[in-house]
Design a protein around this ligand. Sequence first.
Ligand code: FAD
Ligand code: NAD
Length: 481
Amino acid sequence: MTDQYDVVVVGGGPAGYPAAIRAAQLGFKTACIDAWLNKDNTAAFGGTCLNAGCIPSKALLESSELWHRMQHEAAAHGIGVGELKLDLAKMQARKTAVSRGLTGGIKQLFAANKVTGLEGFGKLLGDGKVEFTSHKGEKQVLSAKTIVIATGSSPVNLKIAPFDNESIVDSWGALDFTEVPQRLGIIGAGVIGVELGSVWSRLGAKTVILEALPNFLPMVDAQIAKEAMRHLTKQGLDIRLGAKVSTAKVTGTKTKAVEVEYEMGGEKKTEVFDKLIVAVGRRPNTDGLNAKEIGVAFDERGFVKVDANYKTNVPGIYAIGDVIGGAMLAHKAIEEGVALAEQLHGEHTQVNYNAIPSVVYTAPEIAWTGLSEEQAKAKGYEVKIGTGPFAANGRAKAMEAAQGTIKIIADAKTDRILGVHMVGPYVSELLAEAVLALEFAATCEDIALTMHGHPTLSENFHEAVLSVDGRAIHAVNKAKK
Ligand code: FAD
Ligand code: NAD
């Protein structure tokens, strides 16, 4: 028997579940199929982000940051804390509870919005049909005018350092360590490398990150990336740039270790770690989906090819989120899901890919949107630059967190803000103002004339914008044209 729907979404992560909810809100009869199984065999909607990505990593970042601050900052506030005791099992249980609370919430949202949530695997059959296989193995065929591929991505498995899920692990494994490794190695100083490196380094692991590229976080403005690297290095993260790993092999039987060989600056080197995290990017999930077999076109890296309206080359089949490539971020996936549902309803919603917020949740945080100085110049803009150091910000000082800089990249001809790149306390939260500025095509003058509360961290955004034209009040102006 075939169940008839208007929309069937395959994948219930940040791309799929909002697409399903919005489609149902707009009156479409909608089902969302999701295959996620946690390590304890419980099914959960929410995909990588809620189960093994954004949320559990932020929970551990928060706990480890609190641990670090208690150790290193409490005394400066006049608080004696005595001997601190780490209960990692409890920290991990809190992390899991945070995730499970949110994934359980999706089921409630599905019920409230009348989305049929189906826990199991989805396979495209062609002719508007999807085969659903439940986790118990029961099969059902769904048919729909619109099918949405939202199957997400998985960690890249390096041939030279294959996962054994014990000593050499991916990001999910690294979120679940039951002991703090004494010696932790990480391949890749990308977002995952520095976030999870921060977690375990704060909790006591001697952490070395091996990065193949010569630059740290090349997508970030070079001045801000350089300052961020300085702060992270000072905290104890040993980030080795230009390190080309040739092999990683697990040695020992009872007590295992990982021996990593790499080349750096023309020299061959070896390091031995208790655990190795491989975080060198993610690849699209299309195994078993049968998409290629029914004619869906992929690009050369295996991402599903779509047009500006998320249409694949097969009529009635759309794709959104990590599986189509671009920025692999949960909020980009959410926006695509919502935009697609609204487009199916005849609306003209669009995602603005020029104003994507990006955050690395280290301490200090790194956050950016729009163009870096280098990118703006490469595009031919005549730029003007402003900077706001947190050292001059009253709130940051009161928080014992006066580290970092906000950098504004503006068009010298039109005064429009082209990009905002920052390192500093809670810059993830300040980023919303920067994104809004880009979205509304704000000029420096618009922000300069906007009153910011005192004392707040956001005042430093105002100061950075003022400094673009040499009129900052609380810092020495270094505006350049
Ligand atoms: P996914 O979240 O991967 O969801 C896809 C879902 O589809 C999964 O549940 C999968 O099981 C299911 N699926 C796959 N194939 C099938 C099938 N055939 N049938 C049924 N179901 C299927 N992004 C941020 O914006 N902020 C962060 O702080 C952040 N932190 C991260 C930390 C880590 C450690 C990691 C790994 C990622 C992080 N990300 C973060 C990235 C973010 O998780 C992804 O960009 C986001 O989850 C993509 O959403 P998606 O729905 O496209 O894919
Ligand atoms: P990434 O692309 O951010 O970083 C991978 C890094 O590994 C790069 O710097 C790359 O040069 C390096 N690398 C690749 N091959 C290497 C090799 N053989 N040896 C040494 N270095 C090598 O990927 P990621 O850190 O795995 O994260 C995956 C995705 O998840 C990213 O797209 C990211 O946006 C997303 N994510 C986002 C957040 C966040 O928004 N805070 C957090 C975690 C993950």
